[in-house]
Design a protein around this ligand. Structure first.
Ligand code: M6R
Length: 607
C-alpha cells in the first residue's frame, strides 16, 4: 500500500533510495519516483510501471545529491501514470512530498487551495499535501508540516523536503507505518525495516501522531504539538537475508519452504515441560476464566486462520467463538461485553480494517489479544496482549508462512486457555503437544513431494473457473486455498462447504470443470467422498487430497494427493501446504508475476 523511503546523509542518495524501494516494492508497484536535492535544487523523476522503468530512466539522467525521498505506489486516487506518481510538489516545486495512506478530506482541501490560486496537475489526494504545506509555509518546514497535518483527515505516512531547508527531512505518521533508521552521520525513513536494513539496525518506530525531523547528524522526535518524545531505538535482530529470495525464484516459494522453521520458531519456548507457556500475554487465570465469548477479527488470509482458530478454541475450551472479516465487524454493531475477548489477527499489524476493528473493540471495553508477525506494528502496540508469530519477514503478497504460523499461534492459545480452564485432560494435552511438535518434520516431507503439485497445476493452466470443496476444518482450509489461487493465478475459484453444493452451485458443475476436494477430516471422510462422487457424476475433474492411507479416494478422484497423518484439529497446518504449492505452480505456469499479483499490495493500510 505504497512504500516510502528517505535518506539524509553524506552518500549518493539515488542508489540508496532505489535499493530501498526495491525492498518495498511488495507494498505497491504500479509506479515509482524519487526527489533529490541536486546542485540545481530539488529535482524529481517519476515513472509509471515497475521500479525497473524508473531505474532505467535514471541511468541516463541520474539525480545526484545526498538527500532525497522515494516512493513506490499502489494507486488509490488516480490511475497509475507518470503524473500521479509520487513525489508530489507544489506549484513552485519547492516542497516535495511522498505519502502512504489516504487523505479523506482532500476534496474540500483541494477546492480551498484552488480558490486560493493553486494549480493541480494530478488526480491524487497527495498533491493536496504539497500545496497545503506550501500555503502554510513561513520559513519553517517543520511548523508548516505540523500545521498542515492538523488540517488533514485520514491516514498518512509522510516524507517531506523543502527547497529552502535542504538540511532537513521531515517525517510524520498517522495510521500508516513509518520507521526512522539511525546511522552514522546519516539517517533514513522507510515504510518498513527491510528498506534500510543494509545501512542500519537501529530504528525508531514512529507512533501515530508523531513527527521526526532528520538531519545528517540527528533525529528529533516530537508529537504534533512539538513536544519532544523520548524513545529508545529498537535493535533489529534479523538480517537482510531473511528478507531476500536466497536462491529461490520467488519470495512466495521461499516463504512456503520456510514453514518448517517458522513452525518451530513459533512454538519455540512456548511449549515447555509438557505445557503451553504464554508468558507474553498478561492475562491472569481469573481473566481467562472470566471470558464468556471470543470474537476473532481479521482480513483475507488472516481471517481464514481465524476460522481454524474458532474450531480450535471451541473444541478445546467450549468458549463460543464468532469470526468476522474486519471490514464488516464494526459496521454490524457487534455485541461486545466486558467478558468478550477480541482476538485480532494480522501478519503486517497495519491493516486498516483490522486496526479499526481493534479500536472499536477497545472503545467498547473489550480486552484485545493480537496475533501478529510484526514487532512494533500498530496492532501490536494497541492491543492489550500480543502473541508474535515467528514467521520472519513475509514479502510475497500472497501470504503463506504467516497463515500457517497464525494457525500454530491459535493452537497454542486454545491449549493454553484449556489448561487454565482445565477443559483438556492431561492425556489429550500431551498427545496434542506431541503432534504439534511433529508438524515441522511433516511439512518437510510434504515439501519434498512438491513436484507432484507441478503436474496437478498443469491441468489448471487453461481453465478459467474451478471449485474447492471440503467439510468442517477442510472447508476453512479450502477457503484459504481458493483465495491463494485466485490472487496469484487470476483463475476464478469458489470454495464451498461440500454438503452445500447441492443447494444451488451444483448447477455450475459441468464437463471438465476442476474440483479440488479436501477430505482430511476422518469423521467426515465418507460424506466428502459422496460429494466427490456427485461432482464426478456431472463431469468434474477432481483433484482429491486426503490423509495417507485413504486409498479409496483414488477410485473416485482423477488425481490424488496425500498428506501425513496428524490429529484432525491440526490437519490445516499440513493440508494448506499443497494448496499453496498448487497456487504457486499454477501462477507460474500462467506466466504471472507470482510475488506481485495485479491490483494488490502486501500491506493494506486503507479501508
Ligand atoms: O497483514 P494482514 O494479515 O492484516 O493482511 C490481511 C490480508 O490483506 C492478507 O492476508 C491478504 O488476504 C493476502 N494477500 C492473502 O494472501
Amino acid at each position: 500500500m505504497c512504500g516510502i523511503v528517505g535518506y539524509i546523509g553524506h552518500r549518493d542518495s539515488q542508489s540508496i533510495l532505489l535499493e530501498g524501494l526495491k525492498k518495498l516494492e511488495y507494498r505497491g508497484y504500479d509506479s515509482a519516483g524519487i526527489a533529490v536535492f541536486t546542485e540545481n535544487g530539488l529535482q524529481a523523476k517519476k515513472a509509471k510501471g515497475r521500479l525497473a522503468v524508473l531505474e532505467g530512466e535514471l541511468l541516463n539522467a541520474p539525480l545526484q545529491g545526498s538527500i532525497g525521498i522515494g516512493h513506490t505506489r499502489w494507486a488509490t486516487h488516480g490511475k497509475p501514470s507518470d503524473v500521479n506518481s509520487h513525489p508530489h510538489v507544489n506549484t513552485e516545486k519547492q516542497i516535495s512530498v511522498v505519502h502512504n495512506g489516504i487523505i479523506e478530506n482532500y476534496v474540500s482541501l483541494k477546492e480551498e487551495l484552488i480558490a486560493k490560486g493553486y494549480t493541480f496537475t494530478s488526480e491524487t489526494d497527495t498533491e493536496v499535501i504539497a500545496h497545503l504545506i506550501a500555503d502554510l509555509y513561513e520559513g519553517d518546514i517543520v511548523a508548516a508540516v505540523r500545521a498542515a497535518v492538523k488540517r488533514m483527515r485520514g491516514a498518512y505516512g509522510l516524507g517531506v523536503l523543502a527547497e529552502n531547508e535542504p538540511d532537513k527531512l521531515v517525517a510524520v505518521r498517522l495510521q500508516s507505518p513509518l520507521i526512522i533508521g539511525v546511522g552514522e552521520h546519516e539517517n533514513f525513513i522507510a515504510s518498513d525495516i527491510p528498506a534500510i536494513l543494509e545501512h542500519t539496525r537501529d530504528v525508531y518506530i514512529l507512533n501515530d501522531g508523531e513527527m521526526a525531523v532528520l538531519t545528517k547528524d540527528g533525529v528529533t522526535l516530537t508529537d504534533l504539538e512539538g513536544t519532544p518524545v523520548s524513545r529508545e531505538t529498537y535493535r533489529v535482530e534479523w538480517d537482510l537475508q531473511t528478507a531476500e529470495k536466497g536462491g529461490y525464484d520467488h519470495f512466495m516459494l521461499k516463504e512456503i519452504y520456510e514453514q518448517p522453521r517458522a513452525y518451530r520458531d513459533t512454538m519455540g519456548p512456548r511449549i515447555a515441560e509438557g505445557r503451553v507457556v504464554l508468558d507474553e500475554i498478561g492475562m491472569s487465570e481469573a481473566d481467562i476464566q472470566a471470558i464468556r465469548r471470543i470474537h476473532i477479527v481479521a482480513c483475507g488470509t488472516a481471517y481464514h486462520a481465524g476460522l481454524v482458530g474458532k474450531h480450535a478454541i471451541e473444541q478445546l475450551t467450549r468458549i463460543p467463538v464468532e469470526t468476522d472479516v474486519a471490514s464488516e465487524y464494526r459496521y454490524r454493531d457487534p455485541i461486545i461485553t466486558p467478558d468478550t475477548l477480541v482476538i485480532v489477527v494480522s501478519q503486517s499489524g497495519e491493516t486498516a480494517d483490522t486496526l479499526a476493528a481493534l479500536r472499536e473493540a477497545k472503545r467498547q471495553g473489550a480486552r484485545v489479544l493480537a496475533i501478529t508477525n510484526v514487532v512494533g506494528s500498530s496492532v501490536a502496540r494497541e492491543a492489550d496482549d500480543v502473541i508474535l508469530t515467528m514467521a520472519g519477514p513475509e514479502i510475497a503478497v500472497a501470504s503463506t508462512k504467516a497463515y500457517s504460523t497464525q494457525l500454530i499461534a491459535f493452537y497454542l492459545v486454545a491449549l493454553y486457555f484449556a489448561q487454565v480452564k482445565r477443559s483438556i485432560d492431561a492425556g489429550l494435552l500431551a498427545e496434542t503437544l506431541q503432534a504439534l511438535q511433529e508438524l515441522p518434520d511433516q511439512v518437510e516431507r510434504l515439501l519434498g513431494e512438491a513436484e507432484t503439485l507441478k503436474h496437478a497445476a498443469e491441468a489448471l493452466t487453461k481453465v478459467e473457473n474451478l471449485f474447492f470443496i471440503g467439510r468442517g476444518l477442510d472447508f476453512t482450509v479450502v477457503q484459504e486455498g481458493s483465495l491463494k489461487l485466485k490472487e496469484i493465478s487470476y483463475i476464478h475459484s469458489e470454495a464451498y462447504a461440500a454438503g452445500e453444493l447441492k443447494h444451488g452451485t451444483l448447477a455450475l458443475i459441468t464437463d471438465g470443470i476442476p474440483v479440488i476436494a479436501l477430505a482430511t477430516q476422518e469423521t467426515l471422510f465418507e460424506k466428502t467422498l459422496s460429494n466427490i462422487v456427485e461432482v464426478k457424476a456431472r463431469g468434474a475433474k477432481v483433484i482429491g487430497i486426503a490423509n495417507e492411507g485413504h486409498t479409496e479416494l483414488a477410485k473416485e478422484a482423477d488425481e490424488t494427493l496425500y498428506i501425513p497423518r496428524t490429529m484432525p484439529l491440526l490437519t490445516p497446518a499440513l493440508s494448506v501446504v499443497p494448496l499453496q504449492l498448487l497456487a504457486y505452480y499454477t501462477s507460474l505456469a500462467r506466466g504471472n508475476d507470482v510475488d506481485k499479483p495485479r491490483n494488490l499490495a502486501k500491506s493494506v493500510t486503507v479501508e
